[in-house]
Structures are given as structure tokens and as C-alpha cells.
Write a protein that binds this ligand. Structure first.
Ligand SMILES: Cc1cc2nc3c(=O)[nH]c(=O)nc-3n(C[C@H](O)[C@H](O)[C@H](O)COP(=O)(O)OP(=O)(O)OC[C@H]3O[C@@H](n4cnc5c(N)ncnc54)[C@H](O)[C@@H]3O)c2cc1C
Length: 307
């Protein structure tokens, strides 16, 4: 009888840095290579992964292997536990066992950006990513629009890799708009999008987080959702009037609709949690956007380290 080997959806990949490319003032593209990356599933869109970073003074980050890696990682003493952060897969090339991740250089205050500023070829890290050998849905992809309808993609620089990866996988007939706020005019990245999807880069050039994105999304919402509340009736998903605010300093802002809920407008928003919370309130509570047709994700929180 053939033996049945069960494969988990996610696994730890040991990798090393094969290439480093400063794309712009704020984006560093890291190309990871590893002997098992031919098994890294190429799901595209906003596929998220975990990246383990070296402890201070080291160029190596390790994670326990196996399906219980997370439990075993948590049990490690702090001085041996590599910090882990969440990133988006920018590109996968299984045939040459490579994965690209675009990291924002945002200062020197967290293990990821600290490592990125000092990264060298040959640094050894670990990724937790989707295993191509798993036959089901891996999870970690939140962009799940219904067929047809208009798309609204909006986010800051941390969401730029996801927005670019989404744009590149959209069907040729897709329609919509993408708004991406970045720190610097030099951070506008080349991206391919279907003819019906316009892409607008908004440089905040010293302004606060959301200072360009919030007015741009608000103006677009006025065009796309011209009837402001209170004229609108509550929606099936609970209704804008029942929207409960999320305390982004205590909870993770992560509200994603189930796959393919029918909608004429589907919105995907990610970035600094306070900015996304305000946009959520505006779109849902003031413009009446159906909560079943919008994904809101706080990718990071100003003043708080991820854990
Ligand atoms: C699903 C998902 C996908 C993501 N994809 C990407 C991606 O592809 N590329 C990417 O660069 N980031 C991405 N992020 C965001 C990234 O995980 C966070 O920015 C993370 O906090 C960076 O870790 P750190 O160690 O540098 O800083 P932390 O240790 O987490 O934080 C240290 C300090 O830096 C601040 N900080 C964190 N990020 C930023 C920032 N971008 N700008 C200014 N201040 C910041 C924090 O508020 C805190 O005060 C993603 C997050 C999620 C949840």
C-alpha cells in the first residue's frame, strides 16, 4: 500500500540572501534563495508570510522546523528567539528557488528595518510560507473580490508590495483604481496593471501617515458612493449604523469579508492601523459601503512594535 504523507499548508524555509536591490529611497528588495524554495507556493495577490530576523549582533535567524514550529519558537528563551515579522511575497521563482520580499526602510527601531539597513549577501534567515505540496487552500491571501464590479485598492508603503502583486495578477478586463501613499516621490515603483485600472502614487513628502491617502480615498468614495448616510438603509452584514469602532492600540484591525460576496464595488485597504480605522469609519459609517465587500487590514501601528 502506498504510504500517505500528510503535508501541512505552511512550512519553515531556510533561506539566505542572494540579492539586495535598493528600489527607491524607502524600498529594499531582498531576494531569498533556498534549497526548498521550489516548494514555495506561488499564490500571488497579497499572500502574507512570516520572516524571522536575526537577533542583534547576528547575521543568522533560525526557526524550529516542523508543524509545531510556532509553539516551539514561543518556548525558546528570549535571547535565542529570532524576532518574527509579517511581510508580503512580492515574487516567487520556484524554478530557480527564489522569493522576493520588498521591505520598507522606516527608521532603525524594529528588528526588521534594523536588519534591512545592514543586510548583506549570504545572511541566513527563515521564512514561514505556503507549501506547494499541500493540496488545499493555504490561507494568508485576503484579496478575494467577486467577479466583475469595480475595485478600490488603497494602502500605504507597507501595502505597496501587496497592491503591486494584486495588480499584476488581475484579469485583463478588471476595472478600478489603486491609491498608494509612499514617503517620497522617488518611491513610485514600476507596476503593470490592466488598462481599466488606474494607479495613483501619493508622496506624502514629510506629511503624516495618511495625509495624502485619506483625502484621496474620501474624494474617490464621494464619486463611487455618492449617497452619504443617513439616507442609506442598514446592510445585511449588520449595517453601517451598528459599526463598532476598533481600538487599534489594543486589538488588531483585521476585517475581511468571506470569499466572493457579491458586490458592485469591492474595496481592499491596508496600512497604518489608525489611518485604516478612520477610512473604515468613513467608507462604512458615512458612505454606506457594505462591510461584506471591503477588506480592512491594519498592517502596522504607529508607535507600537509588532509581536
Ligand atoms: C499582512 C501583512 C503584510 C505586510 N507586508 C509588508 C511588506 O511587504 N513590506 C513591508 O515593509 N511591510 C509589510 N508589513 C508591515 C510590517 O510587518 C511592519 O511594518 C512591521 O512592524 C515591521 O517590523 P519592524 O521590526 O521593522 O518594526 P517593529 O518592531 O514592528 O516596530 C518598531 C517601531 O517601528 C514602527 N513601524 C513599523 N513599521 C513602520 C513603517 N512601515 N513605517 C514607520 N514606522 C513603522 C512601529 O510603529 C514601532 O514604533 C506587512 C504587515 C502585514 C500584517
Amino acid at each position: 500500500m502506498p504510504s500517505i504523507v500528510s503535508v501541512a499548508p505552511w512550512r519553515v524555509f531556510s533561506v539566505e540572501v542572494r540579492a539586495l536591490r535598493l528600489l527607491s529611497p524607502s524600498f529594499l528588495r531582498v531576494t531569498f534563495a533556498g534549497p526548498d524554495l521550489d516548494r514555495f507556493a506561488d499564490n500571488g495577490y497579497d499572500q502574507r508570510i512570516k520572516v524571522a530576523l536575526p537577533l542583534p549582533g547576528s547575521r543568522v535567524a533560525e526557526l524550529p522546523d516542523g508543524p509545531d514550529w510556532y509553539q516551539r519558537w514561543r518556548e525558546l528563551p528570549a535571547d535565542r528567539r529570532s524576532p518574527v515579522r509579517t511581510y508580503t511575497v512580492r515574487a516567487v521563482r520556484p524554478q530557480v528557488q527564489e522569493v522576493d520580499v520588498d521591505l520598507v526602510l522606516h527608521g532603525d527601531g524594529g528588528p526588521a528595518t534594523r536588519w534591512a539597513r545592514r543586510a548583506r549577501l549570504g545572511d541566513r534567515l527563515a521564512l514561514v510560507g505556503p507549501d506547494d505540496g499541500y493540496p488545499g487552500v493555504h490561507g494568508g491571501v485576503e484579496f478575494r473580490p467577486p467577479r466583475g464590479g469595480t475595485l478600490l485598492l488603497a494602502g500605504d508603503e507597507t501595502a505597496a508590495p501587496a497592491i503591486c502583486a494584486i495588480l499584476e495578477r488581475l484579469p485583463a478586463g478588471a476595472r478600478g483604481q489603486a491609491l498608494v501613499e509612499v514617503p517620497d516621490p522617488g518611491d513610485v515603483l514600476p507596476v503593470t496593471a490592466p488598462a481599466g485600472v488606474s494607479v495613483t502614487w501619493l508622496a506624502r513628502t514629510g506629511g503624516g501617515h495618511g495625509s495624502r491617502l485619506e483625502p484621496a480615498v474620501t474624494a474617490l468614495a464621494a464619486e463611487l458612493l455618492p449617497v452619504a448616510l443617513p439616507a442609506l438603509a442598514p446592510t445585511a452584514a449588520g449595517g453601517p449604523r451598528t459599526l463598532t469602532d476598533v481600538d487599534v492600540d489594543q486589538e488588531i484591525l483585521w476585517e475581511v469579508p468571506p470569499p466572493a460576496a457579491p458586490a458592485s464595488l469591492y474595496a481592499w485597504l491596508a496600512g497604518e492601523a489608525g489611518v485604516i480605522r478612520r477610512l473604515r469609519r468613513h467608507l462604512v459609517a458615512e458612505r454606506g459601503l457594505d462591510r461584506g465587500a471591503v477588506a480592512f487590514m491594519g498592517y502596522w501601528r504607529l508607535g507600537r512594535a509588532a509581536s
